[in-house]
Structure formats: structure tokens, C-alpha cells
Design a protein around this ligand. Structure first.
Ligand code: AP5
Ligand code: MG
Length: 214
């Protein structure tokens, strides 16, 4: 099964994708997490991506598309995967579609997690992210058992630089301009499924299982 997670920054794509990865036993691939991991390792890609991410802009396609295509070509993706944060532009969606077509393959579901912008700003202010395994937490809705320490891997849990309120605002603007048109793109292909992202985290996986059927 191949999934794409759509939705605004902070809609809960990553939270939901992590639960789906466990349930469907397929990898969760987040381009944002890949860029942040590169930055942590100090690679050239990470440093270049940071220039854009810190401002809330999209990382250019030249740095993003090849990286993603390379990742989905790995052995662990043979039974499928969950793409979180890719595609983010119509161009990225078209390239992915063409590359899959060459392999006689396609995306099965594009899951659009819908949350009002006001809820997003509240979520981002309280979000904390593990610097090691990228698990998302929230100081009110889903906190770590021990302050600042990841429940899953023991890594350090911090506020992401791009979660500053003015950057969140810019990311939302970029989302509405460049990423939201993907809802129509996948609707036209008959694979769009919309889920309400404003419910509790406990129901996040159930909502996906309901639309997919298992
Ligand atoms: P990326 O890391 O993908 O960030 P994003 O899309 O802005 O999404 P987030 O990770 O911020 O939010 P999310 O939807 O995963 O929400 P989460 O589950 O954490 O990308 C970062 C940057 O990288 C981009 O700005 C861009 O520069 C670059 N980039 C990445 N991919 C790119 C691409 N393809 N092309 C170009 N550039 C690219 O949840 C948010 C918070 O809410 C958490 O605290 C969580 O605990 C809480 N929460 C979640 N669900 C619920 C719920 N149901 N109820 C209450 N709280 C909840
Ligand atoms: Mg995320």
C-alpha cells in the first residue's frame, strides 16, 4: 500500500503517519525529517535545506525530488510506504506519478488531514520534536513522560526552529499557495480520502482505517 499524507503544517501528518507505519508495517518517509537528520549530521544538503526551512519556504525541487525517488527505491519500500511532506507542489506530484508509471505502479491513497488554521497555530506553539527519531509531542495534548526526553528512543525533545509563530504563519501561506492544489490533483485521480484532523490523537489511526477499509 502506498500513501501520501496531505495537510497543512501541523495538521498531524507526522503523528498519523507514525501510527499508520506501525499498523500497516511499511516505512514512514518524511522529507522534513530527512532534511533535519541531514542538518544534524552537518551534511551539505542539510545546511542548504536549513536556509529555506528556517524561513518557512519550500526547499527547491532540485534538492528534494531526487532524494525522495532514491528513498522510495530502497528495499524496505517494496511493500509500500507512507509519504509525509512529499509531494508539496504540483511539479513534485507529477514527477512522482511519472516515475511510478514507469514501474507500472501508482499511489493508492492520498489522505488529506484537514484542520482549521487557528487550531494549527495552537498545535505548533506546543509541539516538541525528538531530535533523534523525530517523534512529535505536544506539551498539552501528548507530552513526554519525562520532561524533554523522548518516550520512544530517549532522545532530546525540543521546539523546532520553524515552529516560531511568524515562521508558522509563512508556512501556512506557502501551504495554501503551493501545496493545497494537490487536493484537487489527487481528487481528479480518484484516490483522495479526507479525514478530520481536529479530533483527538487517539482517533487518528481509526479515521484512516475507516477510509481505507482495514
Ligand atoms: P515538514 O517537516 O514536513 O513540516 P510540515 O509539513 O510543516 O509539517 P509538520 O511536521 O510541521 O506538521 P505535521 O503535519 O507533521 O504535524 P505533527 O504530526 O507534528 O517540513 C518542514 C520543512 O521542510 C518545510 O517547511 C520545507 O521547508 C521543507 N520540506 C519538507 N518537504 C518538502 C518538500 N517535499 N518540498 C519542499 N520543501 C520541503 O503534529 C503537530 C502537533 O500537533 C504535534 O505537537 C502533535 O503532537 C499535535 N497533534 C497532532 N495531532 C493532534 C490531534 N489530533 N490533536 C491534538 N494535537 C495533535
Ligand atoms: Mg511532520
Amino acid at each position: 500500500m502506498k500513501f501520501i499524507m496531505l495537510g497543512a503544517p501541523g495538521a498531524g501528518k507526522g503523528t498519523r503517519a507514525a501510527l499508520m507505519a506501525e499498523h500497516y508495517k511499511i516505512p514512514h518517509i518524511s522529507t522534513g525529517d530527512i532534511f533535519r537528520a541531514n542538518l544534524k549530521e552537518g551534511t551539505e544538503l542539510g545546511l542548504k535545506a536549513k536556509e529555506y526551512m528556517d524561513k518557512g519556504h519550500l526547499v527547491p525541487d532540485e534538492l528534494t525530488v531526487e532524494l525522495l525517488l532514491d528513498r522510495v527505491g530502497k528495499d524496505d519500500c517494496q511493500d509500500g510506504y507512507i509519504l509525509d511532506g512529499f509531494p508539496r507542489t504540483i511539479h513534485q506530484a507529477e514527477v512522482l506519478e511519472q516515475e511510478l508509471k514507469k514501474l507500472d505502479d501508482k499511489i493508492d491513497y492520498a489522505i488529506d488531514v484537514h484542520v482549521p488554521d487557528a487550531t494549527i497555530e495552537e498545535r505548533m506553539g506546543g509541539r516538541r520534536t525528538c531530535t533523534k527519531c523525530s517523534q512529535s509531542y505536544h506539551i498539552v495534548f501528548a507530552n513526554t513522560a519525562v520532561e524533554g526526553i523522548c518516550d520512544k528512543c530517549g532522545g532530546e525533545v525540543v521546539l523546532r526552529i520553524d515552529d516560531a509563530p511568524e515562521t508558522v504563519h509563512k508556512r501556512l501561506e506557502v501551504y495554501h499557495e503551493q501545496t493545497k492544489p494537490l487536493i484537487d490533483f489527487y481528487n481528479e485521480r480518484g484516490i483522495l480520502k479526507q479525514v478530520d484532523g481536529s479530533g483527538s490523537i487517539q482517533h487518528a489511526l481509526a479515521a484512516v482505517i475507516e477510509v481505507v477499509g482495514y
